[in-house]
Ligand binder design. Structure first.
Ligand SMILES: Cc1cc2nc3c(=O)[nH]c(=O)nc-3n(C[C@H](O)[C@H](O)[C@H](O)COP(=O)(O)O)c2cc1C
Length: 341
């Protein structure tokens, strides 16, 4: 039996539900091509960060101002200014190149800081050929004077503004740290989000005890991290309009992880850590595992598999929600050698 892996995501027809999520690997045309060859259904480019563009512009202005006072030094500096196409421009050029070479959908990713920045770069990515856009809402609610409602209103307004300014589909990548997540997800859909990507991993800073510096640490994920997106996709799928796509990201490492994501109702399962750890060829391994599982369990297509175990279809709907908390805690069995005194 040959299984049909086709799926729809953000209104796009994908050959496979395995998608390469945003990471440095998808940003170069060479590695993007390897990932495509390994069989992904689509690729999401690394995020273009507005801060990077702003920082570069500030540095450039500072250099030019210094240069106007010291003409000879400024002349010496000019060739490097020419060579410096600018972070934004370089991003758009590589997006256009990857799109030109790819035969699968290419999704741009944006993380801006100002409303003007979001709209400007969303349009530029559309013009550069992106098939869809993923906006990455990555915020830390660290201001004691700002309420959840205020922050959510700001995010909703932003999504509405971006959705209004482009004609390609729009996905919103979120952290799980919203006060009432299902309500917020529903409102995002009402503001024009064509899809939700659940969840961005929050990278927690660490301390270097020698230098006393706060250091950035990116740890690759482990498969257990898939449980959070699984729960929320399972809860949301039957309650959101069918036209809103759902993508699972975090902890997808093997074919069985893709099966789980699809079963709770995801349209695609995204991978980064596993590709970073094992290389682009890992996509082929995961696809083979997915096919094998589907064959053994007599599923003919992703369409048939999708949503077969969400809040609406599982025998115990509370399994995804609060009631299961008690059972989960009661299910703990102490290891035989655990200390009891
Ligand atoms: C090195 C690295 C860089 C990443 N860069 C981005 C990024 O630019 N934008 C973004 O939205 N997500 C980014 N991510 C997050 C991934 O797209 C993905 O959502 C996350 O790693 C969880 O999936 P995984 O468990 O398959 O790794 C990055 C992840 C890693 C490990």
């Amino acid at each position: 039996m040959s299984v049909d892996l086709r799926t729809r995501y953000l209104g796009l027809e994908l050959r496979s539900p395995i998608v390469a999520s945003s990471s440095p690997l998808t940003g170069s045309d060479a590695t993007a091509a390897l990932i495509e060859d390994a069989g992904v259904g689509a690729i999401v480019l690394p995020s273009l960060f507005e801060e990077e563009i702003l920082r570069e512009e500030i540095e450039l202005n500072a250099s030019l101002e210094a240069g106007s006072e010291q003409f000879a030094e400024a002349l010496a500096y000019f060739p490097t200014i020419d060579a410096l196409a600018g972070v934004g421009e370089r991003y758009l050029e590589s997006l256009a190149l990857i799109k030109e070479r790819a035969s699968i959908p290419v999704i741009g990713s944006l993380n801006a800081t100002t409303t003007g920045g979001w709209i400007r770069y969303a349009r530029l990515m559309q013009d550069a050929g992106a098939d869809a856009l993923e906006v990455n809402l990555y915020r830390v609610a660290g201001d004691p004077n700002r309420t959840a409602a205020e922050m959510e209103e700001a995010d909703l307004a932003l999504v509405a503004a971006v959705a209004d300014s482009i004609s390609i589909p729009l996905a919103v990548k979120l952290s799980p740290f919203y006060t009432a997540f299902a309500g917020f997800a529903g409102r995002l859909a009402a503001q024009g989000a064509d899809g939700l990507v659940l969840f961005n991993r929050f990278y927690q800073p660490d301390l270097d005890l020698e230098t006393f510096d706060v250091v950035a640490r990116v740890d690759l994920s482990i498969p257990a991290e898939l449980r959070l997106p699984m729960r929320w996709i399972g809860i949301l799928r039957p309650q959101l309009p069918a036209t809103v796509s759902l993508a699972a990201t975090s902890g997808v490492h093997a074919g069985t992880d893709v099966v789980k994501a699809l079963m709770v109702g995801a349209d695609v399962a995204m991978m980064t850590s596993a590709i970073l750890r094992h290389g682009p060829g890992h996509v082929r391994v995961v696809e083979d595992e997915l096919r094998l599982w589907m064959e053994e369990h007599e599923y003919e297509s992703v369409t048939q598999l999708r949503g077969s175990a969400n809040r609406e279809t599982v025998a115990d709907p509370s399994a995804f929600e609060r009631a299961n908390y008690m059972q989960t805690l009661h299910s703990w069995v102490a290891p035989r050698d655990a200390a009891v005194s």
